[in-house]
Design a protein around this ligand. Structure first.
Ligand code: COA
Length: 146
């Protein structure tokens, strides 16, 4: 494998749109990704590629001292091999360079792989958000580094 980490660009959006409905129950739209990647100055989206194949992506919005994790996904055939953890660690480092002091996210209470990923990096549950995902509850989690 020749895995590379780099910023997402407009050219990645078609590949993201292929993975998005496979990975997420409530996928973001193409317009939302176009806004995030091409326009939003607060947004920072990065990807993993393996020989030009998109195998993972994640994005944050840095709003003053808070970095909001907007999405993180690893292609199914590459999951549970440590890539999600590496990708999220990289995003935490990018949030630090943007002056953020914490990262905030929401996760479905039933999403065991994601929950495990976040707790293994030190995220702590701050509150339950009933019905956050429609028929499922979400937990807000925070990782603070200063
Ligand atoms: C959540 C997700 C990004 C994790 O990526 P990943 O590359 O599979 O995760 P990693 O391999 O880095 O694993 C991180 C930790 O979670 C554990 N884990 C990951 N997938 C697991 C699974 N299916 N079952 C049990 N444990 C799992 C790993 O063992 C690891 O634990 P450790 O650090 O204690 O060893 C990935 O499962 C995914 O894309 N899911 C679909 C999209 C999604 O739900 N995103 C999150 C929205 S909040």
């Amino acid at each position: 494998m020749a895995i590379e980490f780099s910023p997402c660009t407009t050219q990645d959006i078609p590949d993201i749109m292929q993975l998005e409905p496979v990975l997420f129950n409530q996928p973001f739209t193409q317009e939302e990704y176009e806004f995030e990647i091409e326009i939003n100055p607060l947004a920072h989206y990065y990807k993993f590629t393996n020989n030009d194949e998109l195998i993972g992506y994640a994005g944050i919005q840095c709003i003053e001292e808070d970095a909001h994790l907007m999405t993180i996904g690893i292609k199914e055939s590459y999951q549970n091999q440590g890539l999600g953890k590496i990708l999220l660690r990289q995003l935490i480092e990018i949030a630090k360079t943007q002056g953020c002091k914490r990262m905030i996210l929401e996760v479905a209470t039933t999403n065991y792989p994601a929950y495990h990923l976040y707790t293994s990096l030190g995220f702590k549950k701050t509150r339950r958000r009933i019905g956050y995902y429609g028929d499922q509850d979400g937990d807000e989690m925070i990782l603070e580094w200063s």
